[in-house]
Design a protein around this ligand. Structure first.
Ligand code: NDP
Ligand code: MG
Length: 329
């Protein structure tokens, strides 16, 4: 199923004009979204927990943060930009009772709604505006006059105007300068969770480590292994982003391209593809999210152990030395 890509020309900005927005949380997405909205002329209030570590940053940026419930209570549109596993308790126990009747609640990722961890009041509109990139890129692109591609979706349309609100919100983030793709909470959530594990943050770094280990175990200098297996990933990512995978081949040597053909199918085997399907199945049946929520409740033992493993890998010491060299130049 392909959807049309919408841009600013398709958006009715009046859908959020004059509507106060509360940005709950001032982290990666929260800061970028609050700044972009304000620069687009939207009335934005930042909501933070008491004693928040982000309060100073918000004040430096010119906001006067309010306690979360107060920010939510004065807004027509409340956007939850705290970590996904924090959203259910925060909404269900605190913010749901504070939000105005007929308000809109919005998310940058559909997890809490899609898995039923938040069951919003029936009078609310529920929207998803998910910029496809980190907050820093969302802000930097906006400042440059361009924008990040964004997904939008509607989970609940009490007012009959939820879609218009979502599009106008995405437009105010600058995403209409690039492109807005309509989707569902289900597609955004499951595809994002799958990609995080099966491709991006789970697999590519592990491939880099495995390649590094292979060379170092065979007696190669760690610096050589680092350059070959880690830094060149940036070159690859830039090339496939700009030209696609087939187009990338035009920018590499015949030797590299012949090597690409020889390596293909040997690591990403039929078995690896079958495992990808199992990852997707665990995303879709909710078992991944149950493990995530259980780890969060226990104080993240699994998450902390995996952080420690990554930090202890020998590639980190070389990477730190090489980054230090680069910053001296
Ligand atoms: P962050 O981890 O950067 O959020 C940090 C903010 O959440 C801080 O203001 C922090 O408050 C607040 N916070 C954390 N825990 C609590 C708590 N228990 N109670 C109240 N406030 C809390 O989140 P992200 O920006 O990474 O993610 C926000 C949403 O955006 C998620 O749904 C995520 O999936 C989505 N998203 C994220 C992207 C990204 O680039 N990171 C990309 C696209 C979507 P304090 O300052 O007080 O610690
Ligand atoms: Mg994600």
């Amino acid at each position: 199923m392909t959807n049309p890509i919408l841009t600013d020309a398709d958006i009715d900005t009046s859908a959020i004009r004059g509507k106060p927005v509360a940005i709950i949380g001032y982290g990666n997405q929260g800061r970028a979204q609050a700044l972009n909205l304000r620069d687009s002329g939207v009335d934005v209030t930042v909501g933070l927990r008491s004693g928040s570590a982000s309060e100073a940053a918000a004040r430096t940026d010119g906001f006067e943060p309010l306690p979360m419930t107060e920010a939510a209570a004065r807004a027509d549109i409340v956007i939850l930009l705290v970590p996904d596993e924090v959203q259910p308790e925060l909404w269900n126990e605190t913010l749901s009772g504070a939000a105005r009747k007929g308000a809109t609640i919005g998310f940058a990722h559909g997890l809490a709604i899609h898995y039923g961890l938040i069951e919003p009041r029936a009078d609310l509109d529920v929207i998803l505006v998910a910029p496809k990139g980190p907050g820093k890129a969302l802000r930097a692109d906006y400042e440059r006059g361009s924008g990040l591609i964004s997904l939008v979706a509607v989970a609940q349309d009490a007012s009959g105007t939820a879609r218009a609100t979502a599009l106008a919100y995405a437009g105010a983030l600058g995403c209409g300068r690039a492109g807005i793709l309509e989707t569902s909470f289900q597609q955004e959530t499951e595809a994002d969770l799958f990609n995080e594990q099966g491709v991006l943050w789970g697999v590519i770094p592990e491939l880099i480590e495995a390649g590094f280990d292979t060379l170092v175990d065979a007696g190669f200098a760690p610096e050589i292994a680092y350059f070959e297996c880690l830094t060149e990933v940036k070159l690859l990512a830039d090339l496939i982003y700009e030209r696609g995978i087939a187009g990338m081949r035009g920018a590499i040597s015949n030797t590299a391209e012949f090597g690409a053909a020889e390596g293909s199918g040997r690591i990403v085997t039929a078995e690896a593809r079958a495992e990808m399907k199992r990852i997707l199945a665990e995303v879709q049946d909710g078992s991944f999210v149950r493990r995530l929520m259980a780890d969060a409740r226990a104080g993240y033992p699994a998450l902390r152990a995996s952080r420690a493993r990554a930090a202890a890998h020998p590639v980190e010491a070389v990477a730190a030395r090489m980054r230090a060299l680069k910053s001296k130049r």
